[in-house]
Every structure is written in C-alpha cells, then in structure tokens.
Design a protein around this ligand. Structure first.
Ligand SMILES: [Zn+2]
Length: 156
C-alpha cells in the first residue's frame, strides 16, 4: 500500500501512540532515543527489501556487493593488484546474483515470522551492544507499522 514516505510517517505515528500509552514507564537517554528512532525508521521500511525498486532493497544490494568487494580486498592473501581483480569479481558476482533473484513482493518479509525473527535478533544485539532492549524493540514496532499499513497479517 504505502510508499517509502508513508511507511516512515506511519512508523512515527505508531511510535507516537505506543509512547503515549507507555508514558510514565518509558524514559530514554538521548543516545538511546536517537538509536531507537533510527531503528524505528529501519524497521518501518525493512519489509520492502523484497521490492527491487525500493530504497532498502537497493541499499542492501549496494552494501552487500561493496562489502563483498572490500572483504575480498582485505582478507585474500594475494598481492594487492591480484586482490583488486578478485574484489571486482566478488562485487560483480554478488551484485548480479542479487539482481537475478526472483523474489516475490509481499512474501516472507511481510509476515509475522520475519518480523518476530528480526525483532528477536535486534533485541539480542541491542541488549548486548547497548544494554537496552528498546532500540531492538523499535525495529519490531516499525515492522508492525509497515505490516499494518500494507494490510499484511500473515504468519509466514
Ligand atoms: Zn511493504
């Protein structure tokens, strides 16, 4: 249903309602608030990673292919000029592999299974890295707002 802008705005609206309901219980440090808002925005657009024209899909493709190239350059034991050849190949391989994937829009990434899996992982990472579950939970809140706006309420 929604586009990039609408998903982010609906994520903010959902966060506004939830934080109103939790007033008196939710006290965030400034850095915790910045992290949580960032994670809310990420969560509110993340399900559209299965849409090849979406910002998040293109960003993930760029990050994965450039990341593969950089890792090849840094980790391979050959001379630097040879590593550049391998990193070019790694970039092309990852980029074309992701481009050739036939993924169904509003498939698994628009399900509660994906939402709960990602939220569990981000809560664990958030507690481990920042000692607070709130930024991790914000991803889940953003994803739930996305699923509500898309009217997708499937389990898997
Ligand atoms: Zn969507």
């Amino acid at each position: 249903m929604g586009d990039f802008k609408e998903h982010i705005l609906f994520g903010f609206l959902t966060a506004s309602i939830v934080s109103f309901l939790l007033r008196g219980y939710l006290f965030l440090q400034p850095l915790e608030l910045i992290l949580s808002v960032t994670m809310l925005v990420v969560g509110s657009i993340l399900p559209d990673i299965d849409h090849e024209n979406s910002y998040v899909h293109r960003a993930a493709k760029a990050l994965a292919s450039v990341g593969a190239a950089v890792l090849s350059l840094v980790l391979l034991p050959f001379p630097i000029h040879v590593n550049f050849v391998f990193s070019s190949a790694a970039f092309l391989l990852v980029y074309t592999s992701i481009s050739s994937m036939r993924i169904t829009h509003r498939g698994f990434t628009h399900s509660f299974s994906f939402c709960s899996t990602v939220t569990s992982l981000t809560v664990i990472a958030s507690v481990y890295l920042y000692a607070s579950p709130v930024p991790g939970l914000a991803v889940g809140l953003g994803m739930i707002s996305h699923l509500m706006l898309d009217r997708e309420f499937k389990i898997k």
